[in-house]
Design a protein around this ligand. Structure first.
Ligand SMILES: [Zn+2]
Length: 308
């Protein structure tokens, strides 16, 4: 039986302006969305999410923090929360709709409207802490989607796999306080944001896998074979979610791992096979990093091929 995939995007993500020269730019989302006008992705539904519900954000963040992001949104120009996190007038709408997009994708997958979903959203989410925006991120999109799946559909075991080159410190911190979520992150280390040491977790809810600068396909595939896939076999998730960042690509300007698009196809096919075995095929993936536009586009295409 053919696998049905839906693609989601938040139109406000194209308007979230981070200023001249910022790597997390609207051009990233434009590069990804341009895939959907051409074969083989022209047949895939592209759904737009404009939902501005604030209640799902409370799964990951305090009311005070959410209100502070709303209040700090500038009426014009830019507001620098730090050197990386920059707000413009459309940032609030982009950040809220990005998180809502994950919930919408969960709803449609759980309703059986599709088997798999990819959320092409901005801003990304995996560095957002419960009470602090950081690393280009405002709200914990993937974690919010996971908690929505738990609360609305009673899903008991959810695995979040994060292969972005940076440690998903926000998702890690949120997972520590949650039940029924297993977070796996492979990341360059030592590197931004400085967290993700495997020895830091005593909860058993986190599997952090550091990769040295310069590591490539061979090292990446061997840690997934040796650690990630066996851990997923043991956890037996009912739903799989992916923080799909593509900045471990060798062309990426921000980091120093040496993956290419074939590695993203490989890992996605392996994860999809595990999802078939344990999750009824259900996977919800969301865009995190990836800053070389050509590499990002090729890597997202490979990831989608793996999902399909
Ligand atoms: Zn990243």
């Amino acid at each position: 039986m053919a696998v049905k995939i839906n693609i989601y995007t938040n139109p406000a993500g194209l308007k979230h302006d981070t200023g001249p020269g910022h790597p997390e730019s609207p051009a990233r989302l434009e590069a990804v969305l341009s895939l959907f006008g051409q074969a083989p992705f022209d047949v895939v539904p592209l759904l737009k999410c404009r939902e501005m519900e604030l209640s799902p954000l409370l799964y990951a963040h305090s009311r005070n923090y959410i209100d502070s992001i709303a209040e700090m949104t500038p009426d014009e120009g830019y507001r620098y929360l730090d050197a990386d996190v920059i707000m413009s007038p459309d940032t609030w709408e982009a950040a809220v709709t990005a998180a809502n997009t994950l919930c919408r994708a969960v709803d449609d997958v759980m309703a059986g409207d599709c088997d798999r979903a990819f959320c092409a959203v901005r801003p990304p989410g995996h560095h957002a802490m419960p009470d602090q925006a950081m690393g280009f991120c405002f709200f914990g999109n993937v974690f919010i989607g996971a908690r929505h799946a738990q609360e609305k559909y009673g899903i008991k075991r959810i695995a979040i796999i994060d292969f972005d080159v940076h440690h998903g410190n926000g998702t890690d911190a949120m997972t520590r306080g949650a039940e029924g979520i297993f977070f796996i992150s492979s990341h360059q280390s030592p590197f931004y944001p400085g967290t993700g040491d495997p020895r830091d977790d005593q909860t058993g809810k986190i599997l952090n896998i550091p990769l040295s600068a310069g590591a490539g396909s061979k090292e990446f595939r061997s840690v997934y074979e040796a650690q990630v896939f066996p851990a997923l076999e043991e956890f037996r998730p009912e739903l799989m979610m992916i923080s799909a960042g593509f900045d471990a690509h060798h062309d990426d300007p921000l980091a120093s791992l040496n993956l290419d698009e074939h590695d993203y196809l490989w890992v996605t096919e392996k994860l999809a096979a595990l999802a078939e075995k344990y999750c009824g095929g259900r996977i919800i993936s969301t865009l995190e990093g990836g800053y070389d536009l050509k590499a990002l586009q090729a890597s997202v295409a490979a990831h989608l091929q793996g999902l399909m």
